[in-house]
Ligand binder design. Sequence first.
Ligand code: BTN
Length: 260
Amino acid sequence: MANTSRLPNPWGAETILLESVDSTNNYAKDLARRGAPHGTAVLSDCQTGGKGRRGRSFSSPPGVGIYCSVVLRFDAAPEQLLHLTPMVAEAVRRAVAQSTGLEPEIKWINDLLLEDRKLCGILTELGMNGDRLDFLVVGIGINCNQQTADFPPELRETAVSLAQVLGRPVDRTAVAAQLLTQLHAMSRAVLTGPGPWLDSYRTHCVTLGRDVQLIRGGQRRNAHVDGMDDQGALLVTLPDGSHETVFSGEVSVRGLAGYV
Ligand code: BTN
Protein backbone atom coordinates (compact mmCIF):
# COMPACT_ATOMS: atom_id res chain seq x y z
CA MET A 1 0.00 0.00 0.00
CA ALA A 2 2.95 2.30 -0.59
CA ASN A 3 1.87 4.26 -3.66
CA THR A 4 0.57 7.66 -2.48
CA SER A 5 -0.41 8.76 -6.00
CA ARG A 6 -3.08 6.07 -6.04
CA LEU A 7 -4.49 7.40 -2.78
CA PRO A 8 -5.39 11.04 -3.47
CA ASN A 9 -6.86 12.85 -0.49
CA PRO A 10 -10.39 14.00 -1.46
CA TRP A 11 -10.43 16.73 1.25
CA GLY A 12 -7.23 18.26 -0.11
CA ALA A 13 -5.50 17.40 3.17
CA GLU A 14 -2.59 15.04 3.70
CA THR A 15 -2.72 11.24 3.46
CA ILE A 16 -0.01 9.70 5.62
CA LEU A 17 1.10 6.14 4.85
CA LEU A 18 2.93 4.23 7.58
CA GLU A 19 4.62 0.83 7.64
CA SER A 20 3.74 0.15 11.25
CA VAL A 21 2.13 2.04 14.13
CA ASP A 22 0.50 1.14 17.43
CA SER A 23 -2.86 2.44 16.26
CA THR A 24 -3.75 4.73 13.36
CA ASN A 25 -6.42 6.24 15.64
CA ASN A 26 -3.77 7.20 18.22
CA TYR A 27 -1.54 8.62 15.48
CA ALA A 28 -4.42 10.62 13.97
CA LYS A 29 -5.48 11.93 17.40
CA ASP A 30 -1.93 13.16 18.03
CA LEU A 31 -1.96 14.94 14.67
CA ALA A 32 -5.41 16.40 15.36
CA ARG A 33 -4.30 17.73 18.76
CA ARG A 34 -1.46 19.49 16.94
CA GLY A 35 -3.94 21.07 14.51
CA ALA A 36 -4.12 18.65 11.56
CA PRO A 37 -6.93 19.79 9.27
CA HIS A 38 -10.27 18.18 8.43
CA GLY A 39 -9.69 15.17 6.19
CA THR A 40 -6.17 14.29 7.30
CA ALA A 41 -5.92 10.54 6.72
CA VAL A 42 -3.55 7.98 8.23
CA LEU A 43 -3.13 4.46 6.85
CA SER A 44 -0.73 1.83 8.09
CA ASP A 45 0.33 -1.53 6.68
CA CYS A 46 -0.02 -2.99 10.18
CA GLN A 47 -0.87 -2.00 13.73
CA THR A 48 0.88 -3.32 16.82
CA GLY A 49 -1.93 -2.19 19.16
CA GLY A 50 -5.03 -1.93 16.99
CA LYS A 51 -7.96 -0.86 19.15
CA GLY A 52 -11.58 -1.99 18.99
CA ARG A 53 -14.61 -0.78 20.85
CA ARG A 54 -15.18 -1.50 24.54
CA GLY A 55 -11.46 -1.87 25.20
CA ARG A 56 -11.03 -4.80 22.83
CA SER A 57 -8.08 -5.18 20.47
CA PHE A 58 -8.32 -5.28 16.69
CA SER A 59 -6.21 -7.87 14.87
CA SER A 60 -4.03 -5.92 12.42
CA PRO A 61 -1.37 -8.13 10.77
CA PRO A 62 0.89 -6.69 8.01
CA GLY A 63 0.18 -6.92 4.31
CA VAL A 64 -3.43 -8.05 4.42
CA GLY A 65 -5.75 -5.42 5.90
CA ILE A 66 -6.72 -1.77 5.66
CA TYR A 67 -6.16 0.18 8.87
CA CYS A 68 -7.26 3.75 8.29
CA SER A 69 -8.11 6.76 10.45
CA VAL A 70 -9.42 10.15 9.32
CA VAL A 71 -9.50 13.41 11.29
CA LEU A 72 -12.86 15.15 10.91
CA ARG A 73 -13.78 18.59 12.23
CA PHE A 74 -17.40 19.81 12.38
CA ASP A 75 -18.79 23.00 13.82
CA ALA A 76 -21.32 21.11 15.91
CA ALA A 77 -21.83 19.74 19.39
CA PRO A 78 -21.26 16.00 19.93
CA GLU A 79 -25.01 15.45 20.47
CA GLN A 80 -25.66 16.83 16.97
CA LEU A 81 -23.40 14.17 15.48
CA LEU A 82 -24.90 10.99 16.86
CA HIS A 83 -25.84 9.90 13.34
CA LEU A 84 -22.19 10.01 12.24
CA THR A 85 -21.55 6.44 13.39
CA PRO A 86 -24.18 4.81 11.13
CA MET A 87 -23.17 7.13 8.29
CA VAL A 88 -19.57 5.91 8.51
CA ALA A 89 -20.78 2.30 8.33
CA GLU A 90 -22.80 3.16 5.24
CA ALA A 91 -19.78 4.90 3.66
CA VAL A 92 -17.62 1.82 4.24
CA ARG A 93 -20.36 -0.43 2.86
CA ARG A 94 -20.50 1.68 -0.30
CA ALA A 95 -16.70 1.64 -0.62
CA VAL A 96 -16.59 -2.16 -0.44
CA ALA A 97 -19.48 -2.47 -2.90
CA GLN A 98 -17.89 -0.02 -5.37
CA SER A 99 -14.42 -1.53 -5.23
CA THR A 100 -15.29 -5.26 -5.14
CA GLY A 101 -18.92 -5.74 -6.24
CA LEU A 102 -19.64 -7.45 -2.90
CA GLU A 103 -22.65 -6.31 -0.87
CA PRO A 104 -21.82 -6.37 2.85
CA GLU A 105 -24.59 -6.19 5.40
CA ILE A 106 -24.43 -3.93 8.43
CA LYS A 107 -24.87 -5.16 11.99
CA TRP A 108 -25.97 -2.30 14.26
CA ILE A 109 -24.30 -0.15 14.94
CA ASN A 110 -21.25 -0.26 12.78
CA ASP A 111 -19.95 -3.73 12.02
CA LEU A 112 -19.90 -4.86 8.40
CA LEU A 113 -20.65 -8.52 7.71
CA LEU A 114 -20.19 -10.87 4.80
CA GLU A 115 -21.65 -14.36 5.03
CA ASP A 116 -22.64 -13.53 8.66
CA ARG A 117 -19.02 -12.96 9.67
CA LYS A 118 -17.28 -9.74 10.61
CA LEU A 119 -15.52 -7.98 7.73
CA CYS A 120 -14.87 -4.59 9.21
CA GLY A 121 -14.81 -2.69 12.48
CA ILE A 122 -15.19 1.03 13.08
CA LEU A 123 -13.99 2.99 16.11
CA THR A 124 -14.87 6.67 16.40
CA GLU A 125 -13.09 8.76 19.03
CA LEU A 126 -13.76 12.35 20.09
CA GLY A 127 -11.29 15.09 20.98
CA MET A 128 -12.81 17.75 23.25
CA ASN A 129 -11.58 21.25 23.96
CA GLY A 130 -13.26 22.08 27.25
CA ASP A 131 -16.92 21.36 26.58
CA ARG A 132 -16.57 21.94 22.82
CA LEU A 133 -15.93 19.27 20.22
CA ASP A 134 -12.46 19.82 18.78
CA PHE A 135 -12.20 16.87 16.39
CA LEU A 136 -13.36 13.36 15.64
CA VAL A 137 -11.15 10.52 14.54
CA VAL A 138 -12.94 7.86 12.53
CA GLY A 139 -10.97 4.59 12.47
CA ILE A 140 -11.77 1.77 10.08
CA GLY A 141 -10.28 -1.70 9.84
CA ILE A 142 -11.21 -3.86 6.83
CA ASN A 143 -10.14 -7.47 6.46
CA CYS A 144 -8.93 -7.63 2.85
CA ASN A 145 -6.55 -10.47 2.04
CA GLN A 146 -6.53 -12.54 5.25
CA GLN A 147 -6.81 -16.29 5.00
CA THR A 148 -7.95 -18.33 8.00
CA ALA A 149 -4.44 -18.66 9.46
CA ASP A 150 -4.00 -14.88 9.44
CA PHE A 151 -6.77 -14.45 12.01
CA PRO A 152 -6.11 -15.20 15.69
CA PRO A 153 -7.62 -18.61 16.60
CA GLU A 154 -10.48 -17.02 18.56
CA LEU A 155 -11.64 -15.07 15.47
CA ARG A 156 -11.41 -17.82 12.87
CA GLU A 157 -15.10 -18.75 13.13
CA THR A 158 -16.44 -15.20 13.23
CA ALA A 159 -14.16 -13.08 11.00
CA VAL A 160 -13.98 -12.99 7.21
CA SER A 161 -11.94 -11.19 4.56
CA LEU A 162 -12.85 -9.88 1.12
CA ALA A 163 -10.43 -12.38 -0.44
CA GLN A 164 -12.07 -15.32 1.31
CA VAL A 165 -15.45 -14.41 -0.15
CA LEU A 166 -14.17 -13.45 -3.61
CA GLY A 167 -11.78 -16.37 -3.90
CA ARG A 168 -9.00 -14.04 -5.05
CA PRO A 169 -6.86 -11.32 -3.51
CA VAL A 170 -8.07 -7.73 -3.64
CA ASP A 171 -6.10 -4.59 -4.47
CA ARG A 172 -5.97 -2.95 -1.04
CA THR A 173 -5.07 0.43 -2.50
CA ALA A 174 -8.16 0.42 -4.73
CA VAL A 175 -10.37 -0.41 -1.74
CA ALA A 176 -8.65 2.25 0.39
CA ALA A 177 -9.06 4.88 -2.37
CA GLN A 178 -12.82 4.14 -2.52
CA LEU A 179 -12.92 4.28 1.26
CA LEU A 180 -11.52 7.82 1.29
CA THR A 181 -13.85 8.85 -1.57
CA GLN A 182 -16.95 7.58 0.24
CA LEU A 183 -15.89 8.98 3.63
CA HIS A 184 -15.40 12.36 1.95
CA ALA A 185 -18.90 12.26 0.40
CA MET A 186 -20.28 11.17 3.78
CA SER A 187 -18.48 13.98 5.63
CA ARG A 188 -20.06 16.53 3.30
CA ALA A 189 -23.53 15.16 4.04
CA VAL A 190 -23.22 14.89 7.84
CA LEU A 191 -24.65 18.34 8.61
CA THR A 192 -26.50 19.03 5.35
CA GLY A 193 -28.22 15.85 4.20
CA PRO A 194 -27.83 12.65 6.22
CA GLY A 195 -31.29 11.31 5.23
CA PRO A 196 -30.36 9.27 2.14
CA TRP A 197 -27.31 7.82 3.92
CA LEU A 198 -29.41 6.70 6.88
CA ASP A 199 -32.15 5.30 4.61
CA SER A 200 -29.57 3.24 2.74
CA TYR A 201 -28.07 2.13 6.08
CA ARG A 202 -31.56 0.93 7.16
CA THR A 203 -31.95 -1.02 3.91
CA HIS A 204 -28.70 -2.90 4.52
CA CYS A 205 -28.84 -3.28 8.32
CA VAL A 206 -29.57 -6.90 9.32
CA THR A 207 -30.44 -5.92 12.88
CA LEU A 208 -33.59 -3.99 11.96
CA GLY A 209 -36.85 -5.93 11.98
CA ARG A 210 -35.22 -8.84 13.82
CA ASP A 211 -35.71 -10.55 17.16
CA VAL A 212 -32.48 -9.93 19.09
CA GLN A 213 -31.01 -10.10 22.56
CA LEU A 214 -29.99 -6.91 24.24
CA ILE A 215 -26.94 -7.57 26.37
CA ARG A 216 -25.96 -5.18 29.09
CA GLY A 217 -23.84 -5.69 32.17
CA GLY A 218 -24.06 -9.47 31.75
CA GLN A 219 -27.87 -9.32 31.61
CA ARG A 220 -29.71 -10.46 28.47
CA ARG A 221 -33.17 -9.42 27.41
CA ASN A 222 -35.11 -10.48 24.35
CA ALA A 223 -36.44 -7.69 22.17
CA HIS A 224 -37.81 -7.01 18.72
CA VAL A 225 -36.10 -4.25 16.74
CA ASP A 226 -38.71 -2.02 15.10
CA GLY A 227 -36.30 0.42 13.49
CA MET A 228 -33.57 3.00 13.95
CA ASP A 229 -34.19 6.68 14.62
CA ASP A 230 -32.40 9.55 12.90
CA GLN A 231 -29.75 9.65 15.66
CA GLY A 232 -28.83 6.02 15.10
CA ALA A 233 -30.62 4.69 18.20
CA LEU A 234 -32.50 1.39 17.99
CA LEU A 235 -36.25 1.43 18.60
CA VAL A 236 -37.19 -1.84 20.28
CA THR A 237 -40.26 -3.55 21.69
CA LEU A 238 -39.81 -5.76 24.76
CA PRO A 239 -41.80 -8.97 25.39
CA ASP A 240 -44.16 -7.11 27.78
CA GLY A 241 -45.10 -4.76 24.93
CA SER A 242 -43.18 -1.75 26.26
CA HIS A 243 -40.99 0.30 23.96
CA GLU A 244 -37.40 1.38 24.52
CA THR A 245 -34.80 3.43 22.71
CA VAL A 246 -31.37 1.81 22.77
CA PHE A 247 -28.43 4.14 22.25
CA SER A 248 -25.09 3.33 20.71
CA GLY A 249 -22.59 2.16 23.28
CA GLU A 250 -25.28 1.39 25.82
CA VAL A 251 -25.81 -2.24 24.86
CA SER A 252 -24.65 -5.00 22.57
CA VAL A 253 -27.10 -6.56 20.21
CA ARG A 254 -26.82 -10.12 19.01
CA GLY A 255 -29.06 -11.93 16.58
CA LEU A 256 -30.64 -14.91 18.32
CA ALA A 257 -29.29 -17.13 15.56
CA GLY A 258 -25.66 -16.74 16.40
CA TYR A 259 -23.21 -14.10 15.10
CA VAL A 260 -21.34 -12.53 18.00
C1 BTN B 1 -14.31 -2.78 16.53
O1 BTN B 1 -14.60 -3.67 15.73
O2 BTN B 1 -14.51 -2.91 17.74
C2 BTN B 1 -13.66 -1.55 16.00
C3 BTN B 1 -12.36 -1.82 15.33
C4 BTN B 1 -11.72 -0.59 14.73
C5 BTN B 1 -10.37 -0.90 14.13
C6 BTN B 1 -9.76 0.26 13.40
S1 BTN B 1 -8.33 -0.20 12.50
C7 BTN B 1 -7.92 1.47 12.24
C8 BTN B 1 -8.23 2.20 13.53
N1 BTN B 1 -7.10 2.10 14.45
C9 BTN B 1 -7.42 1.42 15.55
O3 BTN B 1 -6.64 1.21 16.49
N2 BTN B 1 -8.69 1.01 15.49
C10 BTN B 1 -9.33 1.43 14.27
